[in-house]
Design a protein around this ligand. Sequence first.
Ligand code: SAM
Length: 266
Amino acid sequence: MSAPTIPAAQHAPSSSGGPEQPEPPPHHAAPPNVPTKEFFDTKGLDYETIYGHNAGLLKAVDKFAARLRPGCRVLDLGCGTGRPVAHTLAARGFHVHGVDFSETMVGLSRTAVPSGTFECAHLLDWVPPAPATDETDQELFGGIVATSSFYELAREQMETLVSRWRGWLAPGGAALLMMVAAEDVVPGTRPEMYDADGRFARGIPFRFMGDDCFLYLFTRAGWRALLEEKGGLVVREQWAGAFVPAGQADCDAEMNSFFIVEKEEG
Ligand SMILES: C[S@@+](CC[C@H](N)C(=O)[O-])C[C@H]1O[C@@H](n2cnc3c(N)ncnc32)[C@H](O)[C@@H]1O
């Protein structure tokens, strides 16, 4: 595959005279050239065929489930088709509440996980249901999962979303994040793609389900800092593992980074 050209808009000079950086997208505008809601509406089950058997993700869900209070509520942000994450958690007795902006994905999740509840919303618009009683802990989630679901968000949007997790998690609750780190993308990043703090890179070329996309990703250190500094969460486990989609999938191979974090008790 020949490397695609980064759109000119991403090279607009910054007003500060510092390194060239794109303007952050407005509140709900996704960064340019990432898979959109319409993309996922169209792909649906094709996504599950290619990515639904990621052994590294299944292992991560096992580790995460072992940390959760039995039977607790788990919020799945960007739940996709419901397989493998929501389905695996539901099979272990957790109540999964999934959120996804694709009607197609929400429909597939409802079929795959009949015991779960699923709603169609943009992750930045989603708010937890108001507590029915004063016992607000009952309404909090024991766990949050976000696996490969930040690709359509700008840096500032990822920071906003993660800063809300602490308020959604019960004390002692855990979250699982799986994403790719900027430095792990093949064929690689260039120095000018990075923000001044070196924690985030923009416009990284990537082949995804037959499309040439541009990814907007934190580095591994950046993901960790996002969870600790914006999320106020404690990193309990961090590791990385390769995932190679089947040859006919027309996707680049991935190095997935995993983080399991906790909200401390009290
Ligand atoms: C790459 S798929 C991952 C699905 C699932 N988490 C998994 O690991 O199999 C990303 C999912 O997140 C959803 N998504 C992406 N950005 C979103 C947003 N801003 N709001 C709601 N859903 C979003 C997409 O519709 C898609 O179903």
